[in-house]
Ligand binder design. Structure first.
Ligand code: SAJ
Length: 421
């Protein structure tokens, strides 16, 4: 029985999207090169925190969701969604090779009348200039023989207040007919469709969303450094500014920028802009400020230890929270990892506690999360709150610790032992 939809890439974007379509009674076939993912789906076992087994299993058992590794299966479906990673290369340039590989795998099996949608975050022009020509190796013409559109993913891991259905979906088609065909598909599982004039516009919308965050986070990070010089409390200033009921959006400083979106996506646009002799100075400056924050934090930790006549070298430092943001276990691009590396290079003895991250072996660090027992807390020369997960009693920790550096304004400032950004 052919499925309605094939989803290429069953990761943190593809799996929740497929489940949302499945719940709307569309049949979905996941195609992923990772056999472990394929087997897990077939067993109704989710490997994505936001997708409970209770959502996945019934759809698999009903035959609504299936999975496989063979791209030839796309020949049987009406619509093909590409949800593959778009990382940066070694020299911080867009790496769209995974999109190209997915398109190359689809092309031999592409059928007349099918719809192909790219969901991966990428630079404006990717759909038209990279995806279309590879798919046209099929002999079919994009926008004529098959529909082609771009609809950027807006899956936010860990978020529960907005779902696939309640998050508006931007859609840009190669032609108006392509856009309408894509909109018709997404209406199955999304309440609000936002049509834009082209795939390029849709690609740029997503980048603007994430560059907006990167630049504003850099702004408050720069303010945090300035406030330290001025002897002002950056948290007080931001909290008071956030009382403005209009024209302001609260961002908070921290040890840097983590995750697989915000530190990466802006450089897809700055790379593309350079092809048009254009310097995206905001993006570059934001990147400079955000990547400088772990170094600033090391300086602040050093000064805090100095205030009790200790050096970083030889100090026992307990890092609290190493994932890239609260209440997730993802450590990709996490500034905590950079911070640990820098402190280790200065001779500190590092331990960490993170209930969501059992170990840091994948980050090249021979460290496992330690329990927050008295020994760990009281033996530490300084306890550093780098990512403030929920469910931790920061006040109790502050009372037990010798010294605290709080990078997230999570610790009650009970006395002068608690230092903050
Ligand atoms: N961060 C700060 N200060 C802030 C906000 C974030 O230092 O005020 C840091 C975080 O600690 C983290 C990094 O920036 O290290 C990124 O945080 P994020 O809140 O932007 O979370 P992400 O990376 O998961 O971004 C995702 C994005 N979602 C999609 O791409 C679909 C982003 O567009 C969302 O706006 C964001 O989640 C969100 O709002 O949670």
């Amino acid at each position: 029985m052919a499925s309605d939809i094939a989803i290429i890439g069953a990761g943190y974007v593809g799996l929740p999207l497929g489940v949302a379509f499945g719940k709307a009674d569309a049949t979905v076939h996941f195609i992923d090169s990772d056999e472990a993912k394929v087997h897990a789906i077939a067993a109704g076992e989710s490997y994505i925190a936001d997708v409970p087994d209770a959502d996945l299993r019934p759809l698999v058992e009903a035959g609504t969701l299936t999975a496989g590794t063979d791209p030839a299966a796309v020949a049987e479906v009406r619509s093909i969604l590409i949800c593959v990673p778009t990382p940066l290369s070694e020299n911080r340039e867009p790496d769209v090779s995974i999109i190209a590989a997915a398109a190359g795998a689809i092309a031999p099996h592409l059928q007349r009348g099918q719809l192909v949608v790219l969901e991966s975050t990428t630079y404006p022009g990717t759909t038209r200039e990279l995806l279309a020509p590879v798919l046209e190796r099929s002999g079919l013409v994009a926008g004529v023989d098959f529909h082609l559109a771009m609809s950027p993913e807006r899956i936010d891991p860990g978020r529960t207040d907005f779902t696939v259905r309640t998050t508006p979906k931007v859609v840009g088609g190669l032609t108006p007919a392509c856009a309408e065909r894509a909109a018709e598909l997404y209406r199955l599982c999304v309440d609000t469709i936002v049509p834009v004039s082209s795939p390029d516009a849709a690609e740029l919308v997503k980048l603007l969303e994430n560059i907006f965050r990167s630049v504003n986070i850099a702004l408050v990070n720069e303010l945090a450094v300035l406030c330290h010089r001025l002897g002002l409390d950056v948290w007080e200033v931001i909290d008071a500014a956030a009382t403005k009921p209009y024209g302001f959006m609260r961002f908070t400083p921290g040890p840097g920028l983590g995750g697989h979106c915000i530190p990466i996506d802006p450089f897809y646009l700055s790379w593309r802009a350079r092809q048009f002799d254009f310097q995206t100075e905001f993006i570059e400056l934001a990147g400079k400020v955000n990547t400088s924050m772990p170094y600033f934090c090391v300086e602040r930790i050093s000064h805090a230890l100095n205030s009790v006549r200790k050096a970083v070298n030889g100090s026992r430092i307990l890092v609290l929270g190493v994932s890239y943001k609260p209440n997730v276990g993802d450590v990709r691009e996490s500034p905590a990892v950079k911070l640990i590396e820098l402190l280790g290079a200065l001779g500190a003895s590092i331990a960490y506690h993170d209930p969501h991250v059992p170990d840091l072996r994948d980050e090249g660090l021979d460290l496992r999360s330690v329990p927050l027992d008295d020994d760990a807390v009281e033996r530490a020369d300084i306890l550093c709150v780098v990512t403030a997960h929920s469910g931790i009693d920061y006040g109790d920790l502050a009372a037990r610790a010798q010294l605290v550096f709080d990078f997230r304004n999570a610790v009650p400032r009970i006395d002068e032992r608690v230092h903050t950004l």
